[in-house]
Write a protein that binds this ligand. Structure first.
Ligand code: SF4
Length: 468
């Protein structure tokens, strides 16, 4: 396994995209063997696990819900926050214990955490019971690595990848909504973020392949697709021979006519007017945008290398609100970034007051080895960070409830996704603005878009009745 000096390797590489068609002939050599697949982290990992699930089932294996019933264990890991790592090593302890009684158990670990050389070192030195280690760039190697398993630990982590795989097969979690990758990697290098180091340089899929995949999903009866990338706004920036960007792709996807088109995630710095126009123009492009701000302080945004100021973000926010009627906007916010002052935090509270977000994912800054921010001095106590997160959540929840209350008494279209976990007599689904709704008498309509009269609002969900 080659373990390059990561930072130099990254800076030295100029990403020349290599497109590879995956035409996998996978023989069902492991009939009736059972697999247990656990996924940590973001939508990218959830979608990668749909690819892994396809491979294991193609090998003739069956998925089980309990570790103890499995013959192969796969952990698809996340590296975004420290606690993601703790969860993985906590779970590995159980797998290690099981292997004592089940020596043929195959333990495989992949995903973003394995793209960090120091984590792979840790596994090579202290976790010999793990059979297979691979990263985010070579998931398609999993079937062969399982079939070629020997007593020796097999580590295959590519430090980076210029490759874009097309024609990838998935065993999707849902037959109603589907993820569609459009880009891999990220070039933004926000100073706190490990993703550019774990997912590599930005690479866009070919537009024809994306459009073909969306058409196939529509023909298969899917009601909704979500275009997926670390920063979808950067789609096409790496094309050398064509000026075809995210706004163009979104328009062509919308024209295919699938009921609901969504996309995630957008970095505000390159959210164009053309993109806003396409969102406003097509009824099947959902009026929901996740627009991470991360901080309301310009000095913190600078230290984060986010590429925009609070003023520019507000201008974009206002433009979207003005040009996309009824649009719902959510965000991500980090508190406790190194040396965040009381004034910086107050500025974050002020931007939340200004935007009155429909919802927000809030986090305490988590130091990630290998990122520039990890080298920054940090004098703020954990106690202060927790107090700030508490105050922020109170404010965010207040606006989320206010936004939900505006739906009470209204009839809105809801795509019913499944049986509600909270109340199995109800179905759950989402409005076009991505509001979670628990729907009375909706069970028989799961998979359809139905009209629902909203009767009650809570901070994070709505309750309603299907209207005949
Ligand atoms: S845009 Fe920034 S936060 Fe998002 S994945 Fe890229 S580097 Fe990370």
């Amino acid at each position: 396994m080659n373990k390059p000096n990561f930072k130099d390797e990254m800076n030295r590489r100029k990403c020349k995209i290599e497109y590879k068609e995956l035409n996998e002939e996978i023989k069902p050599a492991l009939h009736n063997k059972k697999f247990f697949l656990r996924t940590y982290g973001c939508q990218m990992n959830v979608h990668d696990s749909e690819q892994i699930r396809y491979y294991l089932e193609a090998l003739g294996m069956q998925e089980v819900d309990t570790l103890e019933d499995s013959d192969v264990v796969i952990l698809n890991t996340c590296a975004v926050r420290e606690n993601a790592k703790e969860k993985v090593f906590g779970f590995l302890g159980r797998a290690k214990h099981l292997k004592k009684n089940k020596p043929d158990l195959i333990i495989c670990i992949c995903g973003c955490l394995m793209q960090e050389p120091n984590e792979v070192d840790e596994i090579e030195k202290n976790h010999k019971y793990i059979d297979i280690v691979l990263g985010t760039h070579n998931i398609n190697e999993i079937p062969n690595m399982i079939l070629d398993r020997t007593l020796k630990q097999n580590i295959e982590v590519l430090s980076n990848s210029d490759v874009v795989y097309e024609n990838v097969s998935y065993k999707r979690d849902s037959n109603i909504t589907a993820w569609v990758n459009i880009t891999y990697g990220c070039n933004n290098f926000c100073t706190y973020c490990i993703v550019p180091y774990t997912r590599g340089r930005e690479r866009s899929r070919k537009k024809d392949c994306v459009l073909k995949e969306v058409q196939a999903l529509k023909d298969a009866g899917y009601k909704e697709i979500t275009l997926l990338g670390q920063n979808v706004n950067s789609y096409g920036r790496d094309f050398e021979d064509e000026k075809y960007y995210f706004a163009n792709l979104l328009e062509d996807v919308a024209k295919i006519g699938i009921d609901r088109v969504r996309f995630v995630t957008s970095n505000p710095w390159n959210f164009t007017d053309e993109l806003i126009d396409v969102i406003a123009k097509y009824d099947n492009v959902m009026p929901y945008i996740h627009l991470p701000i991360q901080s309301g302080s310009n000095s913190i945004l600078k230290k984060m290398n986010r590429g925009y100021t609070v003023e520019e973000y507000k201008e974009l926010f206002d433009k979207i609100k003005e040009r996309v009627p009824g649009v719902s906007i959510t965000t991500d916010i980090i508190v406790g970034f190194p040396n965040e002052t009381d004034e910086d935090f107050e500025a974050t509270m002020n931007i939340v007051d200004y935007c009155k977000y429909d919802g927000a994912y809030t986090f305490i800054y988590s130091k990630r080895v290998g990122t520039p921010a990890a080298k920054m001095d940090d004098s703020i106590s954990q106690e202060v960070k927790e107090q700030r997160l508490y105050k922020l959540n109170e404010l965010v929840n207040k606006y989320s409830l206010e936004s939900n209350k505006r739906y009470v008494g209204k009839e809105v279209p809801v795509l019913l996704m499944g049986v509600s976990e909270k109340d199995p007599t109800k179905a759950y689904g989402y409005t076009d603005t991505m509001k979670l709704v628990n729907v009375e008498n909706g069970i028989n309509e799961i998979g359809n878009i139905v009209n629902v009269r909203i009767e009650e609002a809570k901070s994070f969900s709505l309750d309603g009745k299907m209207v005949k």
